[in-house]
Design a protein around this ligand. Structure first.
Ligand code: NAD
Length: 428
């Protein structure tokens, strides 16, 4: 599973089975939590700019809603599969439980490549996605959000379509809306900043001051850019970043001797987080194809792109200097690679703790939208820091107390919370 046959849902189930054994869960609870409660697969007809109609495949998976309405993003990706969405929905259940917000886990997606679609065509897909699922989502049932290759603009089109169908204003339907149109200040930086709140806490535990540390980041999208921004503010230096190159259909790492300059790279990146290779070379960057972000001699690795990026084929390339891996992405480490990382004693901050800042802030956005009262950015980020820090400390305390790997400790906390409410509701 660590190679090309990688299936994210099998990975999510394998992680769950391990913790189900640790918690000695009964069979009914295992059967309930191992699979989504509901899922929807649909076809979305969209009229292209040339007048033709194209049919896109769409999904919404609701893994578990015992703790509250489902919550989870919508991904636009050419390699999207039902199993990717199932895995991501399941991880959302654990993530909301890990940070203890009253929400369940869902995820959605469309098989499409926004690189080759005009904004008008993307609008058709967003509206079409809502038309297929409007009956089965809503502020008190299931609340979508942006994810890979979707943005505030996509969320607003979706909200507009939903309100047109339902007749009325439902700002709590969706999060990640533009600021000024129901969006929360702080949402765009929340996931990346949240990653660094947990890195800061991990460094504290290891007795290392953040200034003077170095990191290598995979990805240069929303999560990566904001993680880099805050990491630099606390004194760290990012030695390299990497991104997907649409023209060459491969990845490139961008390196600079004294560390990358976030502002100059932002200026030459597109809206999908792809960096212009030629312009980067002109600015003095080394541009190297492949997995090199992983091999850097740095203190911290921050994978912030996609699933299964650290696997059995490359895990041994991680430098001896690496002390912390903070998973900005969902599921970036395969189970076999995880075993190697655990054996090596690298401090792992697992995805559903490290990147929970996004959903936590989405929850704050829901609260604000439902109250129709908006908080200042500092208030939002302050509340976010409190939530992320307490979730991190709870996981790390349990890991120490029960001598567990951090991922297992996070799973124990999250799965017990969900299993408990399923029992209390009388479901199992
Ligand atoms: P994004 O679309 O803004 O950026 C993705 C980045 O990854 C781009 O820079 C792209 O070039 C790069 N990339 C894609 N494939 C790559 C590869 N094979 N190698 C190297 N780089 C590659 O996406 P995002 O919102 O930053 O999300 C990144 C990850 O974080 C995803 O796993 C997502 O599910 C997760 N996540 C996002 C949020 C959020 O709030 N955006 C919240 C929680 C988790």
């Amino acid at each position: 599973m660590d190679s090309k046959s990688f299936n994210p849902f099998e990975m999510a189930q394998e992680q769950f089975d391990k913790v189900a054994d640790l918690l000695d869960l009964d069979q009914a609870t295992r059967d309930l939590l191992r699979n989504p409660i509901r899922e929807y697969h649909f076809s979305i007809p969209a009229r292209m700019d040339d007048g033709s109609v194209k049919i896109f495949k769409g999904f919404r998976v609701q893994h578990n809603d015992a703790r509250g309405p489902g919550k989870g993003g919508i991904r636009f990706h050419p390699q999207e599969t039902a199993d990717t969405v199932r895995a991501l929905a399941m991880w959302m259940t654990w993530k909301c439980a890990a940070v203890d917000i009253p929400l369940g886990g869902s995820k959605g997606g469309v098989v499409c490549d926004p690189h080759s679609l005009s904004m008008r065509e993307q609008e058709q897909i967003c509206r079409g996605w809502i038309r297929q699922i409007a009956r089965d989502i809503g502020p008190i049932t299931d609340v979508p959000a942006p994810d890979v290759m979707t943005s505030a603009q996509h969320m607003l089109w979706m909200l507009d379509e939903f309100e047109t169908i339902r007749g009325g204003k439902y700002p709590g339907l969706i999060t990640g809306k533009p600021v000024g149109m129901g969006g929360s200040l702080g949402r765009k930086e929340a996931t990346g900043y949240g990653v660094i709140f947990t890195v800061r806490e991990a460094l504290k535990e290891l007795g290392i001051r953040p200034d003077g540390t170095t990191a290598s980041v995979q990805g240069f999208g929303n999560v990566a850019q904001h993680a880099i921004e805050l990491y630099q503010q606390i004194g760290g230096t990012v030695m390299s970043v990497s991104c997907w190159d649409q023209d060459d259909q491969t990845t490139y790492a961008f390196k600079k001797k004294d560390g990358i300059n976030l502002d100059e790279l932002r200026k030459i990146a597109d809206r999908f987080g792809g960096i212009d290779k030629g312009k980067a070379k002109d600015l003095g960057y080394e541009v190297l194809p492949g997995d090199l972000w992983l091999e850097q001699d740095v203190d911290i690795l921050i994978p912030s792109a996609l699933e299964n990026q650290i696997n059995l084929e490359n895990v041994n390339k991680i430098s001896k200097r690496v002390k912390i891996i903070a998973e900005g992405a969902n599921g970036p480490t395969g189970p076999r690679a995880d075993e190697v990382i655990q054996e090596r004693g690298i401090f792992m901050i697992p995805d559903f703790v490290a990147n929970a800042g996004g959903v936590t802030c989405s929850y704050f956005e829901q609260v604000q939208s439902n109250m129709n009262y908006y908080w200042e950015r500092d208030q939002v980020l302050g509340k976010l820091d409190v939530k992320m820090t307490s979730a991190f400390i709870a996981v790390s305390d349990l890991a120490k107390k029960r001598k567990l790997y951090m991922r297992d400790a996070a799973y124990v906390i999250a799965v017990s919370r969900v299993a408990q409410i399923c029992r209390d509701r009388g479901w199992v």
